[in-house]
Design a protein around this ligand. Structure first.
Ligand SMILES: NC(=O)c1ccc[n+]([C@@H]2O[C@H](COP(=O)([O-])OP(=O)(O)OC[C@H]3O[C@@H](n4cnc5c(N)ncnc54)[C@H](OP(=O)(O)O)[C@@H]3O)[C@@H](O)[C@H]2O)c1
Length: 307
């Protein structure tokens, strides 16, 4: 008999991952490469160049979003790199203002496909659970959005569907009408913000935890604790943070626009963190930047940690 999803996922930690082409298995059986390449805040020029470098370095999983304004460049890089489509995993996300109705979602999805120049997406995510204009009726909005996502999934236009920045309260509300459960929840996850409550909820409900900002958008690279662990293993702080994420059973999405960092961030399969390292990194919880609260997060203002 097939083992329950949470058990299968717990087994598939970094201990079993030996390369960038190793995969986690989503609840519907779709395989997803264990490290994804981030593109938030990459200009179209940087996104094009960095995705090409990433594909050269062996990444096979690219994470973008409609709101990053670089889907076209990402699509061009994918085509120019010449990696066969069935060996690639491409994620994009539905933005807040593009899902006021069921039909809006179908349109936004088609627009993303067109910009990317693809005829299907591997993973399509709802980017945030509570757009500002819908603070009063986010439950209804999410139910309608999800109905459209399920339609896209059943057409085979997205091989998997999921959410991002959802808390258990948003997932519980969604479960009241969803016919297909989300397969992924992409959240802010790193040693400062390990979010054990959300992680466990996701696992218990068949969702893979994708770790965005695995380096804390750079903030964690300044940590003395991370530097000490890195020194002990002869690795860099970024490599320790990516390795930590894998050893938690998360799927990290490191971003860089520098070729040497992109290559180095993929070189995380030749060492293991020990119990003492994990203890040191666990003690960092709550000390640095934490997740944005989806209920109060104001997208119209500059994000506080990015001056
Ligand atoms: N779903 C969501 O709401 C959401 C939100 C945020 C992020 N994400 C996804 O997660 C991805 C990663 O998160 P993030 O962009 O916040 O940042 P991150 O990956 O945590 O950190 C990126 C920062 O670290 C630097 N860096 C990367 N590798 C390095 C290395 N080896 N040595 C030194 N510095 C290094 C990068 O510099 P350079 O770029 O200058 O090289 C950049 O400043 C995003 O790009 C996006 O795809 C999703």
């Amino acid at each position: 008999m097939r083992k329950p999803f949470s058990e299968r996922m717990d087994r598939m930690t970094a201990i079993n991952a030996h390369s960038m082409t190793d995969t986690y298995e989503l609840a519907n059986g779709v395989k997803i490469p264990v490290i994804g390449f981030g593109t938030w805040q990459s200009s179209p020029e940087d996104a094009y160049q960095s995705v090409k470098w990433a594909l050269d370095a062996g990444y096979r999983h690219i994470d973008t979003a409609a709101t990053y304004d670089n889907e076209q460049a990402v699509g061009r890089a994918i085509r120019d790199a010449g990696v066969p489509r069935d060996q690639l995993f491409v994620t994009t996300k539905l933005w807040n203002e593009q899902r006021n109705s069921y039909d809006d979602v179908l349109r936004a999805f088609q627009d993303s496909l067109t910009r990317l120049g693809l005829d299907y997406i591997d993973l399509y995510l709802i980017h945030w659970p509570e757009p500002a204009a819908h603070h009063q009726d986010w439950q209804h909005l999410n139910a309608e959005t999800w109905r459209a996502m399920e339609h896209i999934f059943h057409l085979g236009k997205a091989r998997a569907i999921g959410v991002s920045n959802f808390l258990p309260k948003h997932l519980k509300a969604l479960a009241k009408t969803a016919k297909t459960a989300p397969m992924v929840n992409q959240i802010f996850l790193n040693p400062y913000s390990p979010q054990p409550d959300v992680v466990q909820y996701n696992r218990d409900h068949g969702m893979l935890n994708e770790a965005y900002s695995p380096l804390g958008t750079g903030e964690l690279l300044k940590s003395e604790t991370v530097a000490a662990v890195a020194k002990k293993h002869g690795k860099s702080p970024a490599q320790v943070l990516i390795r930590w994420s894998l050893e938690q059973g998360f799927l990290p999405l490191p971003k860089s626009v520098h070729q040497d960092y992109i290559k180095a961030n993929a070189d995380v399969f030749d060492f293991e963190l020990d119990a003492d390292d994990h203890q040191q990194l666990a003690a960092m919880a709550g000390k640095g930047r934490q997740r944005q609260d989806p209920t109060t997060f104001d997208f119209s203002k500059p994000i506080p940690f990015l001056h």
